[in-house]
Design a protein around this ligand. Sequence first.
Ligand SMILES: NC(=O)c1ccc[n+]([C@@H]2O[C@H](COP(=O)([O-])OP(=O)(O)OC[C@H]3O[C@@H](n4cnc5c(N)ncnc54)[C@H](OP(=O)(O)O)[C@@H]3O)[C@@H](O)[C@H]2O)c1
Length: 199
Amino acid sequence: MNIAIIGKGKVGSALGARLASAGHKVVYGSRAPEDHAGTVSQAESVQGAEVVVTAVPGTAVVPTLEAIGEDVLADRIVLDVSAAFTPDMALAYPNDSVARRVQARFPRARVVKSLNTMNYTIMVDPLASLSQATVFVSGDSQDAKATVKELLADLGWTTKSILDLGGVESATATEHLAPLFFSTYAALQTMRFNITISR
Ligand SMILES: NC(=O)c1ccc[n+]([C@@H]2O[C@H](COP(=O)([O-])OP(=O)(O)OC[C@H]3O[C@@H](n4cnc5c(N)ncnc54)[C@H](OP(=O)(O)O)[C@@H]3O)[C@@H](O)[C@H]2O)c1
């Protein structure tokens, strides 16, 4: 599968390396490709991509996709892994989510929220370090979610660990787990954990 990853930071690099090793063609998009080896412009990265991963600050996702263009994004799967904070690390959208805002702004794109409730090391290493784990999936398109679930399997997530919460509006629930994530980090002094649903 052709995958564009916007943002070659911690998350983008980790996901890209693992997905490339699983056989996918990964292209990284950057605001300044001349300064970041192995990247092209954000607009160039999405050419021919079936899946566009938004690995940029949550508050930058909509402006970034607006610069790429609504027509370019039509029918693409947008896998939004972002978290959105104010400068003092409060939730940027206390009554909303990045994913829902992206879906509303780009109705022809197929937005799926996932992987946003864990550290980037766990995103690509869910089973080696954890006896059980949960990765949430939210999105309106069943086809898009099926594709994302295949990518999650390539990242190491078992079928049992994938919890489909329903439509894109459910992304608000997982984006709002961020305070729990950071409180747990403060208590444990490590990010090597996963927020898991026991059942
Ligand atoms: N780190 C984690 O463990 C983790 C876990 C869950 C969710 N997330 C979320 O995943 C996203 C990426 O996180 P990350 O840790 O990979 O961040 P990062 O290491 O800081 O990388 C973010 C990348 O976004 C790009 N970018 C594009 N527009 C930007 C803007 N307006 N301001 C700053 N950077 C911009 C930058 O690439 P260019 O400069 O090349 O454009 C940068 O490399 C964020 O939304 C974060 O909240 C992170």
